[in-house]
Structures are given as structure tokens and as C-alpha cells.
Design a binder for this molecule. Structure first.
Ligand code: PLP
Length: 368
């Protein structure tokens, strides 16, 4: 059994994807070929956003946003401590200071209450200039953007949505990847919408940010790539990956339904034994992960392993406990909810091509 079965998806879409790849190979426009713009337009329509700027990966997408917003040394950027490293890494890479925020116990996403407390703490200390918030749609569930937008407005902060895991999720039909001032996503193969290598994108309705990101992703280009008007990156989405993504995005709506069907099956069967994932009213999750909590998760995971069922821990170490951020002076106990999650969470197989029988097998094994 696979944790995420990408081969089954390829088998289902093989003819279409092979055709797209063959076309790119025959035409030879490997960098910024027509498929890149075709995919960007398709994605903009799917998300109902004005601009999609594709790039090399989800981390670069966040870095492009840091550059476009002019985040620099002396700035405070708030982000959850319970996330993947890249969210916090790009803040440090921009020379700014990540200020971590504890999680909401029910949704695992950034706690708006604790965010506001951290903003006030930074203002009181007076050492850093609060500039932006990076919210993460953890495990596929959009963060609480109603509350986050209000806080961003109140303190005049830019709001960035890291939708690397959230792609496909929504709040009252507004799709993940369209929240905040600017949003990012990743097409890493294991993400809800993945390609066959690395890929990412920036989404925004702001014309100025979009123009900046388009310039920054090709060496800070002006009228062409030999006219360089600012320091940028080399961060383009390969034409081959765009071609794969066009077909994967066509299949995505039905995959999203399949993911939710499996998640419902899990939750119905496991609700008596576990605290199953919370999806607030009006929210849709894309189930990048199906994550449970248990104080003795190691015992459960070992049993699953014996039965040939893969499971993983996302994430066992909070950002404030990472060696790379040791210089920030945080300590164990600073973020009690996130720390408890890091000790108790484990994720079980989730992908849209899972058979009902497999779900049954996993449920039985997890229940023990
Ligand atoms: C995967 C991920 C990223 C980074 O995406 P890459 O394409 O791997 O660079 C950023 N943030 C979150 C929350 C992620 O899960």
C-alpha cells in the first residue's frame, strides 16, 4: 500500500499526459513554452484570481512574494510554528525575523487570538517593524481568513496565504490560493495538485505585485531578460511540468470529490476512537493529509507498519525548536498547543485513487 499513490493517478490520466508531454518534446519550447501561459490562465480561472505567476517551486513562490513586498532586515513576519520549514525559511532568507504563532487546537491552523497577542508583543518591545503575516492552510484546510483579514487590516500588515497544502480547499466557495493580498502554492508531486518534478505559483489580484513577480522570476527582467532592472531569481516553471499540470488540473475537481469521500469514510469509522479532523461550517478541505492525534501514536504507527500500512508524522518538530532558528531565543513550552500536536499527530494514507477496501483495511488497523 502507498501513502500517496501517484502511479495510480498516472495510469488513470496516462493517455492525456503522454500526449501533452510528446507535444512539448516535439515542439522543443522547453523554457516558457506556450503551455506555461495556458496553465497560468487555466489556474487563474479555476481560482477566480486575476494573476497567476508560475515559478520553480513553492518555496521560490514564497521567496518571490517576500521580494515583491520588500520584506527586509528589521521586519517582523508572523507565521505558524506548526508548519513545514519553507514557510519560516523564506522570512529568514529575506533577512527579516520570523515571529511564531501557536496553533488553534481544533483546526491545527494559526490561532488568530495568539497572532494578535504576538503582534502586540512585537509592538510593545519596539525592536522590529511588523510587516506581514504568512498563514498556512495546513493539511488542506484553509486558515481562518475572516479573522486573519481583520487582524491584518487592524495592524496594517500584508496577508500572505501559503496554500501549498491548501490547494483545492475553500471557504464559502472562495478557493484557497485566492486569500490575502497575495498567495502561493506548490506543485511538488505529493501536494493536492502536483506535477512530475518541482513547480509552484504566486496568485494575486494586485497588478503591481504581479508585474514585480513576473520580473523577479526571470533575473529581474525589464523589457526582456537582457534588460535587468532589479535583482531577481531564475525561477520558471518548466514547459513539461506545465503540460502535465494542465491535464492534472482538468482531473482535479473529480479528485477533490474523491478525497472528500475517503476523508468522510475515515471520519465516520474513526470518530468513536479518535478526535477526527475538524472542518468548520462553510469550509472544504483538500485533505493534503488525513491527520489523527494520539498520545501513544508510536504504538499505533508500529502496528500499521507491521501490517504494511504506511503512516507519517507531519510535523514532529515545531519551527521554534528547529536548530536553524535557535538564535531567535524560543524555548520548549512557548507554544503549548503546537508542541502537543507535534507529539501526538500522525497521518494515514490519503489520495484520490484509494479503493474502499483499502480504507476499510486501514480503519480496522488504526482502531486496533
Ligand atoms: C511543500 C510546502 C512548501 C514548499 O513547497 P516546495 O514546492 O516543496 O518548495 C511551502 N509551504 C508549505 C506549507 C508546504 O507544505
Amino acid at each position: 500500500m502507498q501513502f500517496i499513490d501517484l502511479a495510480s493517478q498516472y495510469n488513470a490520466l496516462k493517455e492525456k499526459i503522454d500526449g501533452r508531454i510528446a507535444k512539448v518534446l516535439a515542439e522543443g519550447n522547453y523554457i516558457m513554452g506556450p503551455e506555461v501561459e495556458e496553465f497560468e490562465n487555466q489556474l487563474a480561472e479555476y481560482l477566480s484570481v486575476k494573476h497567476v505567476i508560475s515559478c520553480a517551486n513553492g518555496t521560490d513562490a514564497l521567496q518571490l512574494v517576500m521580494m515583491a513586498l520588500g520584506i527586509k532586515q528589521g521586519d517582523a513576519v508572523f507565521c505558524p510554528t506548526f508548519t513545514f520549514f519553507a514557510t519560516a525559511e523564506v522570512i529568514g532568507l529575506a533577512g527579516a525575523t520570523p515571529v511564531f504563532v501557536d496553533s488553534d487546537e481544533a483546526t491545527f491552523n494559526m490561532s488568530p487570538e495568539h497572532l494578535e497577542a504576538q503582534i502586540q508583543e512585537v509592538l510593545k518591545e519596539g525592536k522590529l517593524d511588523p510587516k506581514a503575516i504568512i498563514a498556512v492552510d495546513l493539511f488542506g484546510l484553509p486558515a481562518d481568513y475572516n479573522a486573519l483579514e481583520q487582524i491584518a487590516n487592524k495592524y496594517n500588515l500584508k496577508l500572505i496565504e501559503d496554500a501549498a497544502q491548501g490547494f483545492g480547499g475553500s471557504i464559502n466557495n472562495r478557493k484557497a490560493g485566492s486569500f490575502g493580498d497575495i498567495a502561493t502554492t506548490s506543485f511538488f508531486p505529493a501536494k493536492p495538485l502536483g506535477c512530475y518534478g518541482d513547480g509552484g505559483a504566486v496568485m494575486t489580484n494586485n497588478d503591481d505585485y504581479a508585474a514585480l513577480c513576473r520580473s523577479l522570476r526571470v533575473h529581474g527582467k525589464g523589457k526582456d531578460k537582457y534588460d535587468n532592472v532589479r535583482i531577481g531569481l531564475n525561477s520558471r516553471l518548466d514547459t513539461l511540468q506545465a503540460a502535465v499540470l494542465i491535464e492534472k488540473l482538468n482531473a482535479f475537481p473529480s479528485e477533490l470529490l474523491a478525497r472528500n469521500k475517503i476523508a468522510n469514510q475515515y471520519s465516520e469509522a474513526l470518530a468513536v476512537h479518535f478526535e477526527t479532523p475538524t472542518v468548520p461550517e462553510g469550509y472544504v478541505s483538500s485533505w493534503a493529509q488525513y491527520t489523527l492525534k494520539h498520545p501513544s501514536r508510536e504504538t499505533i504507527m508500529a502496528k500499521l507498519k507491521d501490517l504494511g500500512i504506511p503512516s507519517n508524522i507531519y510535523y514532529g518538530t515545531c519551527m521554534h525548536m528547529q536548530t536553524a532558528f535557535a538564535g531567535l531565543g524560543y524555548k520548549q513550552g512557548d507554544f503549548p498547543i503546537a508542541e502537543k500536536l507535534a507529539k501526538e499527530v500522525f497521518s494515514i494514507p490519503m489520495h484520490p485513487y484509494m479503493m474502499s477496501d483499502d480504507v476499510e483495511t486501514i480503519v480496522t488497523a488504526v482502531k486496533g
